[in-house]
Design a protein around this ligand. Structure first.
Ligand code: ZN
Length: 836
């Protein structure tokens, strides 16, 4: 019984949630596609490591041409990458990429799943990957995904046999997939999962190969292909007016934080699948030997007969003509013993009945956020746009199970609206479940088996419209969503989220004390209930002094914020610690903050996260005051430098001239500036002239792939993809007397401790003798890399190129990184007065 109710929950919560907030309004041709999918009972699962690994053309082909239920299991949420749309990195970027994947799946027709593995950054091989991922847990999650999704075929994006040729996460995803295939049907493996699901044996496993994995097109052309299946996924869909490859490009273009905008192609395109497990499929049919008809299910034959009739006699000008047969089929599906197919197909046919009837059902609120125990109004709308008689019997609001009797006949094109008032009761927070508990570098901490793998936290508030059609009562479920009219965008739907009654946050995640002066630190308190009266304290270590110890706060209106300030005094010695704002409200302590991520192209994300800031006392000296910053792909160098007392001006690249730059003590290029800012091509000479006149120019990393910038430095310099991913890799000093290591801060081994994620990336490999390498680093078992920090004298000034990950270390408050960066900015100023 427990198993049954879980499966139901899984399907209902997951599937509706994945459809986002905007109601679907399928056309007659799209309804027909859905009827064809209803009549195909086969499932495929594609497995990769990251958002963007998936082959959207193949996923779309399987979902739209083959009509299979198709999933993409991305082991991670892509937290470790870079962000082209905004400042979010790490976990918040993972939230954005999760939503990008869901958007992609809404376009290509797939479904999305994850594991608890966290994308901790680049790793060179599976061995390194599995130092951070807990192999048993990630394998368990892959098995869990397969047992729930029950795919007939599994397709791996990567080759499990060639470690070291690609990102370690990639190879590991394929290795775990192959291992899972072999043990997923064994009840003695991960038996705790069998409380909620059943074992399963997929029929075949493939590797989605291409010429790339063979080294070159030429080698691939010559290779033995007897074990490969070739298929043409360049098909055209008249129902959508699009080629499969065009859909694929639209889907791929959802990876906006990675800048993967993609222009679609048309025409035939061959996809290759290498058979890894199972028998070679006859006629290139991936599902050969699998009964993908309704006969697959016990009691399905009669359903299949009715539904093939529906498919054959479908009237594109009058989809409602199919309603009587669909309602009969619904009743038969509802009686199936096979839980898996029953729940899946009930969901599909319910959607089809709704679409055929032109039935529009909506449950909305006019507020985006609510707390537990709050009274809210729900507006419901129901309209039938067919001649079929229907009666809305009642509406049930979940999770409260509040039933409101309606007894309303839904006549053709007659709109019915009503308001329902509810109290939210002990509603759970809707924040991403995988961020609730502190995880490790490589793993999210999720204990509830039922949540593992879900793309989002289930939003529990829903309306079930129980509608009687031809004597059968069908429950139509709609997520409760926030709806409003925007003067520019028009009708907007966003998630309806549950938040705590109060949020307290220090805006800066890291606060640097570069001297012994006290700082006024602001705590932003936001009320999510009206007439909030509370007191606020800052939990801190005894080394640090906080005054006053407690402050009262009172906020009248819901949604309003106020700032309260505490004096924080650091200890004399270098130290790193945390400050946690705590709000005492009605006898409860709240220590979380509510943040929102709003980029328009994904649903508004509301997160409730642990609220804490790192406080760092630095022993740091610096020379120079005024720094110019040229933004690249996005980093927080200006904010970080302001923290240690620099004035920073963000430079408009259009304005760059040597005279304009002359006001700055140093100019810093944001990460990937040359990759992302085209106009810099024409401004490079002006920058070099500034250096020649005595300026200091610090260039952070640029990616080597496709890099065609002619003169990144004043002397020749060649970038590569060399990187050091071990953040603890030993640092060897090459040039102990170099100014960078001595002035104004004496850099020692201590300064290379406590770094995060990596040492650096895209180091130059070849450089003119004018550049002096300063340090040497490498990952375990690899050659020494000397190009992470290069300095050249040019005219009266200095040019520095560095692939060291300052963009990660400074926001993380790494003391040594601050001291070293201050030295970069202070180069050539040893005869000036030192500040610190
Ligand atoms: Zn990847």
């Amino acid at each position: 019984m427990q198993k049954l109710s879980y499966l139901l929950l899984f399907l209902i919560l997951f599937s509706l949630n994945a459809k986002a907030q905007k109601p679907e309004k399928p056309t007659s041709a799209e309804i027909f596609e859905d009827i064809q999918k209803l009549n195909f009972l086969g499932t495929a699962l594609y497995i990769g490591a990251h958002p963007d690994d998936e082959n959207t053309a193949l996923i779309s082909y399987l979902a739209n041409q083959v009509k299979a239920r198709t999933g993409y299991l991305s082991l991670t949420r892509g937290d470790g990458g870079q962000n082209l749309v905004g400042p979010e990195i790490r976990e918040l970027l993972g939230v954005i990429r999760t939503q990008e994947l869901l958007s992609a799946r809404r376009i290509d027709g797939g479904e999305q799943r994850f594991t608890r593995a966290n994308d901790f950054g680049y790793s060179k091989n599976p061995e390194e990957t599995l130092e951070f991922w807990e192999k048993d847990k990630v394998l368990s999650d892959v098995v869990w995904a397969i047992r729930n999704f029950k795919p007939d075929i599994i397709i791996n994006r990567f080759d499990h046999r060639s470690p070291g040729t690609t990102h370690g996460h990639h190879t590991t995803s394929a290795m775990l997939s192959v291992q899972a295939f072999d043990l997923v049907n064994d009840p003695s493996k991960f038996p705790e999962q069998l409380k909620y699901t059943t074992t399963w044996q997929p029929k075949r496993e493939f590797f989605n190969t291409s010429w790339w994995f063979y080294g070159s097109q030429e080698k691939f052309d010559k290779a033995d292909k007897s074990n490969l299946v070739a298929l043409d996924d360049g098909v055209y869909y008249p129902a959508f007016g699009l080629s499969n490859t065009e859909i694929s490009a639209l889907s791929r273009s959802q990876h906006k934080s990675q800048g993967f905008g993609n222009t679609g192609s048309r025409g035939s395109q061959t996809e290759y699948l290498e058979l890894l497990r199972g028998d070679y499929p006859a006629n290139g049919n991936l599902f050969a030997g699998v009964d993908t008809s309704w006969n697959r299910v016990k009691g399905g034959r009669a359903i299949g007969e009715i539904l093939s009739q529906v498919e054959n006699s479908y009237d594109f000008t009058d989809p409602a003509a199919s309603l009587p047969a669909l309602v009969t089929a619904y009743s038969l599906i509802d009686q199936l013993k096979d839980e898996h197919w029953r729940e899946l197909k009930l969901k599909e046919i319910t959607g089809i009945i709704k679409a055929c009837a032109g039935l529009y059902l909506e449950a909305t609120t006019s507020q985006e956020l609510a707390t537990a125990n709050e009274n809210i109004d729900i507006s419901i709308e129901a309209i039938n746009r067919s001649n079929t008689n229907m009666q809305l019997k009642n509406v049930v609001i979940l999770p409260l199970e509040k039933s409101v009797e309606m007894g309303q006949n839904l006549l053709n094109n007659s709109d019915f609206r009503q308001k329902i008032s509810i109290n939210t009761g002990n509603a759970a927070l809707t924040t991403p479940y995988w961020l609730n508990k502190q995880g490790s570098v490589g793993m999210y901490n999720v204990e509830d088996q039922k949540l593992i793998g879900l793309p989002e936290t289930p939003h529990e508030f829903k309306a079930i419209f129980n509608i009687d059609i031809n004597g059968v009562t069908i429950p139509f479920k709609s997520d409760l969503v926030y709806k409003y009219n925007d003067q520019v965008k028009g009708e907007v739907f966003e998630p309806f989220d549950i938040v705590p009654p109060v949020s307290a946050a220090i805006d800066e995640p890291v606060i640097i004390f570069s001297d012994s002066e006290l700082k006024k630190i602001g705590v932003r308190v936001t009320a999510y209930k009206s007439d909030l009266k509370a007191s606020v304290t800052l939990k801190h270590d005894d080394n640090w002094q906080v005054s006053p110890s407690e402050q009262n706060v009172s906020i009248t209106s819901k949604g309003e914020s106020t700032m309260i300030y505490f004096d924080v005094t650091p200890p004399a010695h270098q130290d790193s610690n945390t400050l946690i704002p705590e709000v005492n409200l009605d006898g409860n302590v709240y220590s979380k903050k509510v943040i929102q991520i709003d980029y328009g192209y994904i649903p508004l994300q509301t997160l409730t996260l642990p609220s804490q800031s790192q406080i760092v006392k630095l022993n740091i000296k610096k020379a120079g005051d005024f720094i110019g910053y040229i933004a690249g792909a996005g980093d927080v160098i200006p904010e970080s430098l302001q923290q240690i007392g620099y004035q920073v001006a963000v430079i408009d690249p259009e304005k760059i001239t040597p005279e304009y730059l002359d006001q700055f003590d140093a100019v810093v290029m944001g990460i990937r500036a040359y990759n992302t800012v085209d106009i810099l091509k024409y401004k490079q000479q002006a920058l070099f002239d500034y250096v020649q006149n005595g300026g200091t120019m610090v260039v952070q990393y640029n990616t080597a792939r496709g890099f065609n910038f002619p003169n990144v430095g004043p002397y020749p310099l060649t970038l590569s993809s060399d990187r050091v991913t071990d953040e603890n890799a030993q640092v060897r000093i090459l040039d102990p007397s170099n100014e960078i290591l001595n002035y104004p801060n004496k850099i020692t081994d201590e300064d290379f401790k406590g770094w995060v994620q990596e040492r650096g990336l895209y180091f130059p490999t070849v450089w003119n003798d004018a550049y002096k390498p300063v340090i040497s680093i490498n990952d375990k078992g690899e050659n020494a890399l000397d190009g992470s920090l290069l300095m050249a004298q040019y005219g009266k000034g200095h040019y520095i190129y560095t692939g060291l990950s300052f963009f990660r270390e400074l926001p993380a408050g790494v003391p040594g990184a601050y001291r070293l960066f201050a030295n970069l900015l202070s180069v050539g100023k040893s005869n000036e007065k030192i500040k610190g």
